[in-house]
Write a protein that binds this ligand. Structure first.
Ligand code: HEM
Ligand SMILES: *[C@@H]1O[C@H](CO)[C@@H](O)[C@H](O)[C@H]1NC(C)=O
Ligand SMILES: *[C@@H]1O[C@H](CO)[C@@H](O)[C@H](O)[C@H]1NC(C)=O
Length: 335
């Protein structure tokens, strides 16, 4: 949401309110130290089970957190189911048939409700779970500011307006990150999350048919012939039957959080148009330099990814401090 990156002082212009917000409501590392001291262990244990049973669960949870934070701020809005009185975000076109992992969050929530009832917000659970997901598939560790509140509303239209999509141009995607207060550097580093997880045919079809012609015409190297043949066999040029056929976004180490995504882009083998544009777009001088840097320096990538994930998790829904709550079931607002 637009105001999420502005200081509440600018938005409301009330000194008393500002003091109130900054004193009682900035996120802190020890937010649950007294009220739920085991929160981090509980989330970690559930995430270990989930990722052990299927490494893709790590990808699901990381993406859920991203899709939560880009719509009204990190407020658990993405977790809400549709009801008679509330339209959730799950059926928005960027999310439908695509976002998964909700049951993992339910399981964590259930454990925490028996451990410390009514204390830990779903938005915080998602933030911690995403961090643990990254660690459990080999990525970096970072500390998480906590104290988010859960929204009592969702943003169906905002989901489609704010979230980037596979066939979108680089500049448009950059502007969506800037709108959230995230920089070009954040955008490139966070895109490195595509080092894990899968994408559906629907999201790379244009790239391997239409876009391939276009990129070969303007002088960029196409995807290697053998990789392209493989992708085309998974995803034929037409037909709904294959729309949900999936393939790994990182074709070398699909289940490991490493920097191979950036090497892949330098080989022109980015799966989606949005991936490859980071390196190949004529408008992407800055993004191309960052891709090269993260390919050459894995530690620089890990460091920036950690910082950028904290920034992503800091996107705030200020309304939730007035109208928000700690949901007891992440799928429904409290009655
Ligand atoms: C930069 C703009 C981005 C675009 C255009 C984009 C788009 C997409 C698309 C289209 C998919 C495939 C969905 C499907 O086929 O069902 C996907 C998957 C994924 N995205 Fe992104 N994404 C972006 C940034 C991010 C960020 C910032 C993160 C997290 C920090 C992220 C994490 C993921 C993950 C982990 C998956 C795999 C999910 C799975 O295995 O189902 N993406 N993304
Ligand atoms: C995130 O928010 C916390 C607390 O509100 C703040 O201390 C920290 O500097 C912020 N970090 C980033 C990278 O924005
Ligand atoms: C889906 O992908 C598999 C290979 O993983 C392929 O054999 C199959 O034909 C694809 N489905 C369609 C409908 O093209």
């Amino acid at each position: 949401m637009g105001i999420s990156n502005l200081s509440p002082c600018l938005v409301y212009g009330l000194m008393g309110l500002c003091a109130f917000l900054s004193v009682s409501h900035s996120l802190t590392l020890d937010y649950y130290a007294k009220t739920c001291p085991t929160v981090l262990q509980v989330v970690r244990k559930e995430m270990e089970c989930a990722v052990l049973s299927d490494p893709r669960n790590a990808a699901f949870v990381v993406r859920l957190h991203f899709h939560d934070c880009f719509v009204q701020g990190c407020d658990g809005s993405v977790l809400l189911d549709d009801t008679i009185t509330l339209q959730g975000e799950k059926k928005a076109s960027t999310n439908i048939h695509s976002l998964k992992g909700f049951r993992i969050i339910d399981r964590i929530k259930n454990s925490l409700e028996s451990e410390c009832p009514g204390i830990v917000s779903c938005a915080d659970i998602l933030t911690i779970a995403a961090r643990d997901a990254v660690i459990l598939v080999g990525g970096p560790y970072w500390e998480i500011p906590l104290g988010r509140m859960d929204s009592t509303t969702a943003g169906y239209e905002l989901a489609d307006a704010n979230l980037p999509s596979a066939n979108e141009g680089l500049l448009s995607i950059i502007s969506k990150f800037l709108y959230q207060g995230l920089s070009v550097t954040d955008m490139v580093a966070l895109s490195g999350a595509h080092t894990i997880g899968m994408a559906r045919c629907e999201n790379f079809r244009e790239r391997i048919y239409g876009d391939f012609e276009a990129t070969s015409n303007d002088g960029n190297n196409p995807i290697s012939k053998s990789y392209l043949d493989k992708l085309r066999s998974i995803c034929p040029p037409v037909g709904k039957a294959a729309e949900n056929n999936i393939t790994a976004m990182d074709n070398v180490t699909p289940e490991v959080f490493d920097n191979s995504y950036f090497h892949m882009l330098m080989r022109e083998e980015g799966l989606m148009n949005s991936d490859q544009e980071l390196y190949s777009s004529l408008l992407g001088m800055e993004t191309r330099a960052l891709v090269k840097k993260y390919a050459a320096e894995p530690l620089a990538f890990f460091q920036q990814f950690s910082d950028s994930m904290v920034k992503l998790g800091n996107i705030t829904n200020y309304d939730s401090y007035f109208t928000g709550e700690v949901r007891t079931n992440c799928r429904f607002i409290n009655t």
